[in-house]
Design a protein around this ligand. Structure first.
Ligand code: NDP
Length: 505
């Protein structure tokens, strides 16, 4: 295994500049009604750098009172003022401008994301920032294409048509694993459709969402259209229960997703949930093994395994099991683990001490049930001991029933499981409360299509993994949630249909 704790001097200098600038502008305020304000309570909380455990910034701590203020501002902006009078084209231009501003501030946003979340800067630059900009641009295009239909009813002299209208005030609650991308997945389609928004970022990673809020103000969004309230779970709960919120879009754990659903019942909010996963990644013996092993590494270690689609159950055909697992463990062991600010880093820290404890707890539970770590399994020390670094871990001698094979670990830990037959592996892969994503590695086109049809999940990747595009719908089956993000499909979640009957007689 290679560790890389030392930044290059140039990146380190930029990082130090941003860190000190952040610490100077204490506290980072919240966005309500077009104003940057402190929490009503005056409280703040610390957001940490997971690579060092040090405080990065103090942030205004929103609670139920701030959610009330933000919802009132969003309601006012939805009902009156410039927003409801804007044409779809004007809304689209604003979203397009946000994409441009994100690109103009790409370097700063990438650094901020890496500092706050810990992810390798190479991914913040190559993936998080461009995909965030792309999301705004893609939905800028949709603003002018949200169409109704004419309906050929069978009643004489009636002209019947539908309009697609916005829902109203939308509450959006996002997690810490892709803070900037998650903000764009939520904000862009909601605004393209003409809603107003109150966004609650995760307590661990509020900084890039707030920065994007600043860029949205700069782009010209009217006051109150976008409100961003950082805070703890209680702020999310207040948003989910608020009687004047029309819809909640939530991404996070299945456990909290269920709470959000219960809280939303009071005024029958529309709810969409993008929740957890325990995704199977299946390697057949006829696969191109070099790519399959690379793909299996990406599937589980990308973002330190903190991704809802993580390929955390690796099924390998028994005929190639030992050899493939040996190569995978060797490659995992060779990955460069280190501070995200180091451009050479491939695997950064996990998000927090709590998450580190949770993931190591799972590894210990696996071992106590008989699993064996082929590589990894422990926290890293030395230069990395202040951060939350874990070695990429491969668990062998696992059975389908073990906790580590059933529950979402959300860390750099894969469990390996041998299989023999197509139907058998599909049935075992489907044996989960989740159904978010699945991977298949084979050079047999018939087998590929068969697996696509057998696997019960919202996305199936064949000979690739973790591909996302603003145009391609994404979401879960079963307890991975419902509703879809991205593509045309997400617009259904942010609009409602009005049917008009005109008597022509
Ligand atoms: P949560 O589901 O708790 O957090 C997601 C978001 O919901 C955060 O903004 C959080 O706020 C907010 N929240 C927390 N409690 C409530 C509530 N009662 N009502 C409304 N909103 C609430 O995830 P965690 O951050 O606690 O992570 C725990 C585990 O969840 C992870 O280990 C992982 O297994 C899973 N997870 C899965 C994700 C996925 O995409 N599938 C994403 C994140 C986590 P706050 O940040 O203040 O807690």
């Amino acid at each position: 295994m290679t560790t890389s704790a030392n930044d290059t001097s140039e990146t380190s200098a930029t990082s130090a500049t941003i860190e000190s600038a952040l610490l100077q502008q204490r506290p980072v305020k919240m966005l309500i009604g077009g104003q940057w304000v402190e929490a009503a309570s005056g409280k703040t909380f610390a957001t940490l750098n997971p690579a060092t455990g040090r405080t990065l910034a103090q942030v205004a701590e929103g609670d139920a009172e701030d959610i009330n203020r933000a919802v009132a501002a969003a309601r006012k902006a939805f009902e009156s003022g410039p927003w409801p009078k804007m044409t779809p084209s004007q809304r689209g231009r604003l979203l397009w401008r946000v994409a441009e501003l994100i690109e103009e501030h790409a370097e700063e946003l990438a650094l901020l994301e890496t500092l706050d979340n810990g992810k390798p800067i190479r991914y913040s630059k190559a993936s998080d920032v461009p995909l965030t900009a792309d999301h705004f641009r893609y939905f800028a295009g949709w603003a002018t294409k949200i169409e109704g239909e004419t309906i050929p009813v069978s009643i004489p002299n009636m002209f019947t048509y539908t309009l697609r209208e916005p829902l109203g005030v939308v509450g959006q609650i996002i997690p810490w694993n892709f803070p900037m991308q998650m903000a764009s997945w939520k904000l862009a389609p909601a605004l393209a459709a003409g809603n107003t928004v109150v966004l609650k970022p995760a307590e661990q990673t509020p900084l890039t969402a707030l920065r994007i809020g600043e860029l949205m103000c700069e782009a010209g969004f009217p006051d109150g259209v976008v409100n961003i309230v950082p805070g703890f779970g209680a702020a999310g709960a207040a948003l989910a229960a608020h009687p004047d919120v029309d819809k909640i879009a939530f991404t996070g754990s299945t456990e909290v997703g269920k709470k959000v659903l219960q809280a939303s019942a009071g005024n029958l909010k529309k709810v969409t949930l993008e929740l957890g996963g325990k995704s199977p990644n299946i390697i057949f013996p006829d696969a191109d093994m070099k790519w399959a092993i690379r793909g299996a590494l990406t599937a589980i270690y990308f973002n330190s395994g903190q991704i809802c689609t993580a390929g955390s159950r690796l099924f390998i055909h028994r005929s190639v099991y030992d050899e493939t697992l040996g190569q995978l463990a060797e490659a995992a062991n060779a990955m460069r683990v280190g501070a995200g600010m180091d451009p050479a880093t491939e695997v950064g820290p996990v998000i927090s001490q709590e998450q580190l404890d949770r993931v190591t707890g799972y590894i210990e539970s696996g071992k106590s049930e008989g699993a064996v770590a082929r590589t990894g399994g422990e926290r890293l020390g030395g230069d990395l001991s202040d951060g939350y670094f874990l070695r990429p871990t491969v668990l062998d001698a696992v059975s389908d029933e073990m906790t580590v094979a059933r529950e979402e670990i959300f860390g750099p830990v894969v469990v390996a499981l041998p299989f023999e037959e197509v139907e058998e592996v599909a049935a075992r892969a489907n044996q989960s409360i989740y159904g978010l994503a699945a991977g298949v590695w084979t050079s047999d086109i018939k087998k590929a299509h068969k697996m696509v049809s057998l696997l019960k999940s919202g996305v199936v990747w064949v000979n690739t993994y973790n591909q996302f595009d603003a145009a391609a719908p994404f979401g879960g089956y079963r307890q991975s949630g419902y509703g879809r993000e991205m593509g045309r499909a997400v617009l259904d979640a942010y609009t409602q249909i009005k049917t008009a009957w005109i008597n022509l007689r």
